[in-house]
Design a protein around this ligand. Structure first.
Ligand SMILES: [Zn+2]
Length: 453
């Protein structure tokens, strides 16, 4: 198993090229992209790699990714089927795609067991960035969904599915916080990292508890998250923490029992009743003895102790500079100083378009300098006249992959602050997180390939 590695590239002289073109204002970025060398693009001729429990579909450029995914999938099979005491029937289909820089995947059990997985690892400030091996984390997470959602015990769904095909799986109607919480619990339990070990992730739960703004079970149960920050992460964040509490206090077999009891329902529902049968109390109830309140008290105590300890060590005083409401799953402002003391940060709020904003911290004056497409930290040039940023740059594919006719890979761009033009410095490099050398002649950045960066 290969660990995460960092590929670094120096783009010597690119800033000199950018400066030479400073006089051009509002250049057509598409035209500029055409002038850059054409990168190798995926030419999908699909192959299938069969293992005892999986069939992995991939194109030749992804062979290394596919071989690795096959290994970790068989590993996940042994661990997750044992934990949840369920073996899916037949081979699980896994579709591997690497035409995007988004770190993501998906899985379902209807109409058949299916996983899709993107090869790209997350950026440094992503909530997913705590991993030992991103492919292992991704496949372990997604395969948990397959085993959990494929568990069908009641005769009713079995009867319906035998006539109409696999369309009814009771566990699919479990709340999202249980489905995703279980997968986050498994990604943590069966790797040496995962979101439940991430201090960054923990912070997102600690702050609302300390500020008295922790969400209730009603808001956490809103599909894929309420509109308040952190939005779509809410079911993952609260669900995984609650299930780990149940695992720690009542035993791992209770998680399995909840999954099996729910899968044994004729008409899916009654989540409180199922919890009561498995652990002797409901998720929520009127008498204060429910597991949600137990968990909330436990979290409050834990975070209060952490706060006390931090205060004993002495806190660094801070002054708040921005008041933009954070968007759900924002990437964070990532402020960087110019040499003149102003700073540039990434605005991603609910009210305005995502942008890089220059802020004078003495006067509070703000200026939007470039639209942000996809995000990442900005790097000012030492002369203060430009900014190097990463942006999503779409490249047309010869074939559609996963329904997409374009790549959505990141490239590095130069923003001329005087003229306002934005000029691409790379094309198809999958370049991320740029920084500029102190003499302003070179740019360093991370390069992505499938499963590593
Ligand atoms: Zn998931």
């Amino acid at each position: 198993m290969r660990n995460r590695r960092w590929a670094l590239v120096l783009l010597a002289g690119v800033l000199a090229f950018a400066r030479a073109a400073r006089a051009d204002i509002d250049v057509d970025v598409t035209e500029e992209l055409r002038a850059l060398p054409q990168p190798p693009l995926p030419q999908p001729r699909w192959f299938t790699l069969q293992t005892p429990h999986f069939e992995l579909h991939f194109y030749p450029e992804e062979r290394e990714f596919a071989e690795k995914a096959a290994l970790v999938a068989e590993r996940a099979y042994r661990l997750i089927t044992r934990y949840l005491n369920w073996e899916p029937s037949g081979r699980v289909s896994v579709l591997l795609e690497d035409q995007t820089d988004g770190a993501n995947g998906g899985a379902t059990s209807v109409p058949y067991n299916f996983i899709y997985a993107f090869g790209a690892p997350p950026d440094g400030m992503d909530e997913l960035s705590d991993f030992d091996d991103f492919v292992k984390l991704l496949i372990t997470h997604e395969f948990t969904h397959v085993v959990h959602l494929d568990t069908i015990l009641s005769w009713c769904p079995r009867f319906v599915d035998s006539i109409l095909g696999k369309i009814y799986a009771p566990n699919l109607s479990q709340p999202t916080w249980f489905i995703e919480g279980l997968a986050v619990l498994m990604e943590t339990r069966h790797t040496t990292a995962g979101r439940l070990r991430s201090s960054f992730y923990d912070m997102h739960l600690r702050v609302p508890f300390l500020e008295g703004r922790a969400l209730g079970l009603d808001k956490v149960s809103v599909g894929y998250g309420p509109l308040v920050y952190p939005g779509g992460s809410v079911p993952y964040l609260y669900g995984s923490s609650l299930l780990r509490y149940i695992e720690d206090r009542y035993g791992p077999e209770k998680i399995r029992e909840i999954s099996h009891r729910y899968a044994d329902e004729c008409i899916a529902g009654g989540i409180n009743r199922v919890a009561w049968q498995a652990i002797g109390r409901p998720y929520t109830g009127p008498f204060g003895t429910d597991v949600w309140r137990e968990w909330s008290r436990s979290m409050s105590h834990r975070f209060a102790l952490q706060k006390e300890e931090a205060e004993r060590r002495g806190l660094t005083t801070a002054r708040r500079l921005t008041f933009d409401a954070p968007a759900p799953r924002g990437t964070g402002p990532r402020p960087v100083f110019f040499r003149d003391g102003t700073l540039v940060y990434q605005r991603e709020s609910n009210e305005e378009e995502p942008a890089y904003v220059r802020l004078n911290i003495n006067t509070g004056e703000k200026e939007s300098v470039a639209t942000a497409h996809g995000g990442g930290p900005a790097a000012p040039t030492p002369d203060g006249r430009g900014l190097v940023i990463q942006r999503l740059a779409y490249l047309p594919l010869g074939w559609r992959i996963g329904g997409s006719a374009y790549t959505s890979w990141n490239d590095i761009f130069y923003v001329d602050l005087a003229g306002g033009s934005v000029r691409p410095l790379t094309r198809g490099y999958r370049a991320h997180e740029p920084d500029v050398s102190p003499d302003g002649t070179q740019v360093v950045c991370a390069l992505a390939d499938e499963s590593a960066r």
